[in-house]
Design a protein around this ligand. Structure first.
Ligand code: NAD
Length: 282
């Protein structure tokens, strides 16, 4: 049973990126958000992103029109009733996600898969609120979705083999390269990435090198496309700190202690690019 129609909850950064990836791959999509304004903003972002791909000769104007024509939008969850899979990409808040999943159960088609794009909430815990937890799975896309090749597929303790196989096939249909991981705080990629960024703040706090030298070192010595401190500014220092706090609490292990300098900078409001100042000034 291949997936013929994808539902998406949330038209923000990730929701509209996932909608674009599906529509470009030829799949009809229904994207739902709480207001017309949010949905329209999502569609406008997709149109702008497709225009950039046309400029780079990766897409034709006809491809753009065909992709946009595959995207239906709504503010009513009932519109998700035709989807074979619904991917939840709403705001990162556990109580909100649980409310959304319960609301979705009332309208989803019989046998539909439900996936969450959460970065930090336990897939096993979210699955436990559903009547069919075996049909729930994590589908963690990376930002910007149209450009990033990875999808981390997270199996909760309850996820069935069939659910996993269908979601893995969908990721490949979108042109992505999936990896499958077990549920654990931060899953795999962020579990390694964010402590590395935190360590870069310790190195900075110890005055071992300047921010530029730390970033240059990791770019040239490890072949990373961007240094850890510049990346922290892109992600948001507040986001990095809250992820470290989750690891620190969930693993109850002092190796995940957030760097005091990171905490100080967040307290000062130096959150990175979004506030014009983080490690660097923008
Ligand atoms: N931004 C990233 O780099 C990134 C990367 C991977 C995963 N994620 C995860 O993706 C999810 C979405 O993040 P984002 O960055 O797109 O956030 P965002 O703030 O850009 O978008 C969230 C959207 O959800 C909508 N929303 C809120 N409540 C809703 C409801 N009840 N029903 C429908 N829509 C609702 C909001 O109106 C908003 O448009 C989060 O779980 C986040 O952890 C984010």
């Amino acid at each position: 049973m291949t997936i013929q129609h994808v539902g998406i909850i949330g038209a923000g950064t990730m929701g509209n990126g996932i909608a674009q990836a599906c529509a470009v791959a030829g799949l009809p999509v229904t994207m739902v958000d709480i207001s017309d304004a949010a949905v329209q903003k999502g569609v406008a972002t997709i149109a702008g992103s497709l225009d950039r791909l046309i400029k780079k000769d990766k897409l034709t104007a006809a491809d753009k029109e065909a992709a946009l024509a595959r995207i239906a939008t709504s503010t009513d969850y009932a519109a998700l009733g035709k989807a074979d899979i619904v991917i939840e990409a709403a705001t990162e808040n556990p109580d909100l996600k649980i409310r959304i999943l319960k609301q979705l159960e009332g309208v989803a088609k019989e046998g539909a898969i439900v996936a969450s794009n959460t970065s930090s909430i336990s897939i096993t815990k979210l699955a436990a609120v559903l009547a069919k937890p075996e049909r729930f799975i994590g589908m963690h896309f990376f930002n910007p979705v149209p450009l990033m090749a990875l999808v981390e597929i997270i199996r909760g303790l309850q996820t069935s083999d069939e659910t996993h196989a269908r979601v893995e096939a969908l990721a490949r249909q979108l042109g992505k390269s999936p990896i499958t991981v077990k549920n654990a705080p931060g899953f795999v990629v962020n579990r390694i990435l964010v402590p590395m960024i935190n360590e870069a703040f310790f190195v900075l706090a110890e005055n071992l090198a300047t921010p530029e030298e730390i970033d240059e070192g990791m770019k040239l010595g490890c072949n990373h496309p961007i240094g850890p401190l510049a990346l922290a500014d892109m992600i948001g220092l507040d986001v990095c700190l809250s992820v470290m706090n989750v690891y620190y609490e969930e693993f109850a292990d002092s190796k995940y202690r957030p760097c005091p300098l990171l905490k100080e900078m967040v307290a000062a409001g130096y959150l990175g690019r979004k506030t014009g100042r983080g490690v660097y000034t923008y």
